[in-house]
Ligand binder design. Structure first.
Ligand code: CP
Length: 334
């Protein structure tokens, strides 16, 4: 078990060794057990955290708020549109001031080309941990909860086929941060990771290079394909989820991160939906995952997400336990 976490930032799971991630999962399981037993977990008594959001959230905000309360502390929700950042206050000034008031600053900022840079600028100046609640590149809390859920269901992850599959969505242009986090993380656990997407929805080259290096180091594999059927075939886990085209988003993104959602290139790939027929080609015990919110009946048929192979609610629940573990280790740990 690795024990030196206190004061560190949580921006990217690549900043943590596999042993440290395993410790986070062990603490998550312990906190989950105590939650089920109704045991108190006063590890952050009198501690204050700030939760700063540039974009909407259901799971991330509430897992952190509820988690902080269950750890004995207080989390303050900050809507960036009501902060002086809306008038141009810098990441430096915001980070210095908030870190003098409290014990951690967590932030969601998914705007392409800006979010990760903003978090790193805060980390440069903050005297307390900066936590990434999702940026344009990474969603480490989601990746950790996904991994915890998979490990609960499958005792041995090595050589299990897990397919990260682009899916059609109209609800909004979703950041690439979830698939990037997953494609980097799962090879570290020896899994056979498939990444499937229509042409035009590739992930950046440096992500693929790092994912391949992770696979080589830890005994996993990475297969990239435009053949959706091949990704479903015999898969143990499928994660069909939309992500925006980060190349065109660089020019199309506005200050709020909004860019045109539906265009001809997207519509041409409407068939990339997770259906019962596609699920039937996977392993008989295949598990369906999605970080949520899902664009129902575009990304996935209701009968799949509500069906016996879906583990979306178990994974969403684990957002609470993993959030509590990270806050406990980084804010209250050794
Ligand atoms: N999966 C996830 O991050 O959900 P929210 O956008 O609701 O926080």
């Amino acid at each position: 078990m690795q024990t030196v976490f206190r004061g560190r930032h949580f921006i990217n799971l690549e900043d943590f060794t596999k042993e440290e991630i395993d410790t986070m999962l062990e603490v998550s399981m312990e906190l989950k057990r105590k939650f089920a037993m109704g045991e108190d977990t006063p590890y952050l008594t009198n501690k204050t955290g700030f939760l700063m959001f540039f974009e909407q959230s259901t799971r991330t905000r509430n897992s952190m708020e509820a988690g902080m309360a269950q750890l004995g502390g207080h989390a303050g929700f900050l809507d960036s549109s009501t902060m002086q950042v809306a008038h141009g206050e810098t990441a430096k000034d915001t980070a210095i001031i908030l870190s003098r008031f409290g014990h951690m600053i967590a932030c969601r900022y998914c705007n392409w080309g800006r979010g990760n840079a903003y978090l790193n600028e805060m980390a440069r100046w903050s005297s307390v941990p900066i936590m990434n609640l999702q940026c344009d590149l990474y969603h480490p809390f989601q990746g950790l909860a996904d991994l915890m859920t998979i490990k609960e269901k499958l005792p041995d992850l090595r050589r299990k086929k897990i397919s990260i599959i682009w899916a059609y969505a109209e609800s909004h242009k979703k950041p690439i941060s979830v698939p990037v986090t997953q494609v980097l993380l799962f090879p570290r656990y020896g899994m056979d990771v498939w990444l499937a997407y229509p042409e035009g929805w590739e992930l950046p080259d440096w992500v693929i290079d790092q994912a391949r290096a992770n696979a080589e180091k830890h005994g996993g594999t990475l297969t990239i394909t435009h053949d959706e059927a091949a990704a479903y075939k015999d898969a143990d886990i499928v994660i069909p989820k939309s992500w925006g085209n980060w190349v065109t988003d660089q020019t199309g993104a506005t200050e709020t991160g909004a860019s045109k959602v539906i265009d001809d290139a997207l519509i041409a790939n409407k068939s990339w939906k997770c259906t019962e027929a596609k699920m039937a080609t996977a392993s008989k015990d295949v598990m369906y995952m999605h970080a949520l919110p899902a664009d129902r009946n575009n990304e996935v048929e209701d009968s799949v997400i509500d069906g016996p192979h879906s583990i979306v609610y178990d994974a969403a629940e684990n957002r609470l336990h993993t959030a509590k573990a990270v806050m406990t280790l980084l804010v209250g740990g050794k």
